[in-house]
Design a protein around this ligand. Structure first.
Ligand code: NAD
Length: 356
């Protein structure tokens, strides 16, 4: 089992270090190799996704990724910005299915911005299509001046586009995932206004014929955004396009209290995957040793489950995380009076201890 370790920038290095310790403590045989990505790779090699890093990622069974980005790179040409590394990895590895579970742990119910009764027991899986939609449409807008400003331009546009195979495969992923959960899928679209999403909806309905045991309903994205904060527990598996998924998954993440708790997985057709916390590089707290490493540790658990077929080890990590929360350990982002505030490293250590 070969794992590429790509910590990246900011808190990425701090949180990935803790997840690596947890993986090493499982007593399994992994080959782990680390490489630079994002701003760190730009500094060392002049590119956010150097050939050597991409090669390592392609050869690995799975990639554990921290986060990339820093405000100091905002003036760089777009292809050289740290965030391009993640788009490059998605494209080169064909990572089309993004799994974003939003689980509200009982101990953290008070940290949610919603009333406890709305989020207690919440367990939603948002599945976002990653390779199509308006983010990859043609033609795209054109910058008219070298500093990146749209000086003198009269318009900019992006086209929204999906192909039949793209919608079919993400629909299948959603129905398969639902079969392992409560057998309910909500497909989120904007079919009332956009042709692309009428097409999406029609294909989801066609694919659904192969999954009669799974219940399917459809919801417009504006209503879904509202229902997520009104009655989030009505959802189980939500499947949607690239842009709606981007927005809704961030909205769902906040239901659970902190973005520092949320793992994610991006998979290709061979179940090779990139696993990363849902948050970014958090430059505001980088280097302070206070970042929450649990989203990354839980991403490592998803990696064991989805790409490495180590269900038991994944269960052990998830149980250990529940245990440290029950024991009252909290990093600053999830701290509340009466609990014990710990650093990034102390939280990692607590999870290690809880594993045994
Ligand atoms: P962010 O997710 O990095 O931070 C948002 C807020 O959440 C900050 O206040 C931060 O301190 C806090 N936070 C994030 N993760 C945390 C953790 N583990 N523990 C405690 N607090 C945490 O988003 P941002 O500030 O908008 O972006 C910062 C940089 O990250 C930008 O350069 C952005 O492009 C990049 N980014 C990268 C990814 C990625 O690597 N996949 C994703 C999102 C943003």
């Amino acid at each position: 089992m070969k794992i590429a370790i790509l910590p990246g920038d900011g808190i990425g290095t701090e949180i990935v270090a803790e997840a690596v310790k947890v993986l090493q403590a499982l007593g399994l045989k992994f080959e782990m190799e680390q490489a630079l990505v994002g701003g760190a790779a730009y500094e060392a090699h002049g590119h956010p996704l150097p050939e050597s890093t991409l090669k390592l990622a392609k050869q690995a069974d799975a990639i554990l990724f921290g986060a990339v980005g820093d405000w100091k790179y905002d003036k760089l040409d777009r292809p050289l910005r740290p965030e391009q590394a993640i788009l490059g990895l998605r494209k080169n590895l064909g990572l089309f299915a993004n799994f974003r579970p939003a689980i509200c742990y009982e101990e953290l119910v008070g940290a949610s911005s919603l009333k406890p009764e709305l989020v207690s027991g919440l367990d939603i899986l948002i599945i976002r299509e990653l390779t199509g939609d308006i983010y990859f449409g043609q033609p795209r807008g054109r910058r008219t001046s070298p500093d990146g400003a749209f000086a003198g331009a009269d318009e900019a546009f992006d086209t929204m586009r999906y192909t039949r195979p793209e919608v079919e495969r993400i629909a299948r992923v959603a129905f398969e995932a639902a079969r392992k959960r409560s057998k309910r899928v909500t497909s989120v679209d904007k079919a009332n206004v956009l042709e692309t999403f009428q097409f999406w909806k029609d294909i989801v309905i066609e694919v659904h014929k192969d999954y009669p045991d799974v219940a399917l309903d459809h919801m417009y994205v504006d209503n879904a955004a509202m229902q997520l904060v009104k009655e989030p527990k009505r959802f189980d598996v939500v499947v949607t396009g690239n842009m709606f998924g981007d927005i809704l998954s961030d909205e769902a993440s906040m239901l659970t209290g902190s973005i520092g708790m949320l793992p994610s997985a991006s998979l290709n057709t061979q179940n090779q995957g990139l696993y990363e916390p849902s948050h970014g590089s958090a430059p505001d707290i980088a280097g302070k040793g206070i970042a929450n490493p649990l989203a990354t540790i839980l991403s490592a658990a998803m990696m064991l489950r989805f790409s490495l077929n180590q269900t038991e080890a994944a269960d052990r990590i998830e149980a250990a995380v529940k245990k440290v929360l029950a024991q009252g350990y909290r990093t600053a982002d999830i701290y509340s009076p009466g609990t014990q505030k710990v650093s990034t490293a102390q939280m990692g250590q607590a999870v290690l201890k809880a594993l045994s």
